[in-house]
Design a protein around this ligand. Structure first.
Ligand SMILES: [Zn+2]
Ligand SMILES: [Zn+2]
Length: 467
């Protein structure tokens, strides 16, 4: 049994040893502007040692402050200055795996860079390394990945979720974390930040018994493709009826992801896989929707229950089918700031009057991947600009972000044939590839277990324990 289960490297770790990896999460970042952090342990002393100066045997502390002092950090234990060093390592007392010691961190930034940014108190497991960058604190939390998942899962999901949804979400998130190819923070010396830039993580502050059980009962379980590699297991909020393939979204093949109707095997929805151009109207607005058995449809999961199951949803409403309507002038304003000016199409080429929007390429779920914006420039010349990629199409057509790019365009024109109103009639929320979160919720509510849910969204794979 010395043959490795799979080979994958993530941010410098090798996951061949069947050991649970440690994750390094940036908790206090230099851009937060903090010059000190306060930490209080309630039950037993933490061990605090200077990591770079290699001197002294360290300090036992239950209540400590780390304060920037030039290039160094001063350690204050129980109100008394103890020492200074370039870096400090704060290690928890030894405990049972299921009940890691927790330390309270004060004034940690949440919602970094958003209008609702605030400072909150968090309780966090694991060890910490404090260092300085440009006179500010960088505090990194080193924790086993299973404890990290407990924090992430409970930040994403509501407390009343069916257990099999939590388990399916948990195995998907674990597999995605381990397979992950993005390395946003490598240069800063950690793997993930604690906010929406990566995944929201506030330690065990919001951990529920259900979140704990979902992680523990699937400990180490990951999805491995039959070719032997770990699946890059993406997920999104609502596919809309057909799960999108990875190629239209990221331009790459991802083994294990595939195009499938988000419905039982004998469903009417199967005829839309892959969605053909002539089927778009029926798919988006046809009568079949009234009684459809699509797992993410309102017939299976009532939108009134989203808050109960999915925690704080960003906006109320239906994501399965939606309509966004603009007077022409409003859409022109959005397109100018979010596409034309951003991409430098200005001056003689600028948008003066919008003439039409034409989708020229779609993925397998109807998601637009290329869009022609037909318009008059300031000298009344007809021009066409192309927006490529579902992400940039969604970015360009909404003041925030359009739910998805699976839409058709309905235009109303006046007698002179000038655009008056543009309606986007669409399906789904998110890129739609991989696991559909609302669909997985629908399956769990109908009694499917988590393994069946995962095999529905990912093909040719086995669920195996990596450690
Ligand atoms: Zn990040
Ligand atoms: Zn779905």
């Amino acid at each position: 049994m010395s043959e490795p289960l799979y080979r994958v490297r993530m941010d410098g770790w090798t996951l061949e040893s069947r050991q649970e990896p440690l994750v390094r999460v940036g908790i206090v970042l230099p851009e937060d502007g903090a010059v000190s952090v306060r930490m209080d342990a309630s039950e037993a002393d933490y061990h605090v040692v200077p990591t770079s100066d290699a001197e002294g045997s360290g300090y036992a502390a239950r209540s400590l402050i780390l304060r920037v002092d030039g290039e160094r950090i001063t350690l204050v234990v129980d109100g008394k200055t103890a020492d200074t060093a370039r870096r400090w390592r704060v290690t928890p007392p030894v405990a049972e795996r299921a009940h890691p010691p927790l330390i309270t961190l004060h004034d940690v930034v949440a919602g970094r860079g958003f209008h609702w940014e605030k400072r909150i108190t968090q309780v966090v497991p694991g060890a910490f390394v404090a260092s300085t960058r440009d006179g500010r604190i960088l505090l990194v939390n080193e924790i086993p990945i299973e404890d990290y998942l407990k924090g992430v899962i409970t930040a994403e999901m509501g407390g009343e979720c069916p257990m099999d949804l939590l388990k399916a979400q948990c195995v998907t998130a674990r597999t995605w974390l381990l397979a992950r190819t993005e390395r946003k923070h490598e240069a800063q010396g950690f793997d993930f930040c604690n906010d929406d830039c990566c995944q929201r993580y506030q330690g065990f502050t919001h951990l529920t018994p259900a979140g704990h059980e979902a992680v523990e009962s699937t400990r180490g379980e990951v999805m491995i493709h039959r070719s032997g590699i770990l699946i890059d297991a993406n997920y999104s909020k609502c596919c809309g009826g057909v799960v999108e393939g990875p190629e239209p979204v990221w331009g790459v093949h991802k083994p294990g992801q595939y195009v499938v109707a988000d419905a039982p095997p004998d469903s009417y929805a199967r005829r839309f896989v892959p969605l053909q151009p002539g089927q778009l109207d029926e798919y988006l607005t046809g009568d079949w929707l009234k009684t459809c058995d699509v797992f993410c449809s309102p017939n299976v999961v009532s939108p009134a229950d989203f808050a109960k199951y999915l925690g704080a949803v960003d906006e109320a409403g239906s994501y399965f089918r939606w309509t966004v309507e603009y007077p022409r002038a409003r859409l022109e304003e959005i397109l100018r700031t979010k596409f034309f000016e951003r991409t430098g199409i200005t001056g003689r080429e600028a948008l003066a009057e919008l003439l039409d929007l034409v989708v020229t390429r779609r993925g397998h779920s109807g998601r637009a991947t290329a869009l022609h914006v037909v318009y008059h420039d300031p000298e009344q010349r007809r021009r066409t600009a192309t927006i490529e990629d579902q992400y940039w199409i969604r970015h360009a057509l909404h003041e925030k972000f359009l739910f998805s790019s699976a839409f058709k365009v309905a235009a109303e024109r006046d007698q002179a044939d000038r655009l008056q109103t543009i309606r986007l009639i669409g399906a789904g929320w998110g890129h739609g590839a991989g696991l559909c979160q609302i669909g997985a919720l629908g399956m769990a509510l109908q009694g499917y277990d988590y393994a069946t849910i995962l095999h529905h969204y990912f093909e040719q794979m086995d669920i195996r324990r990596a450690y």
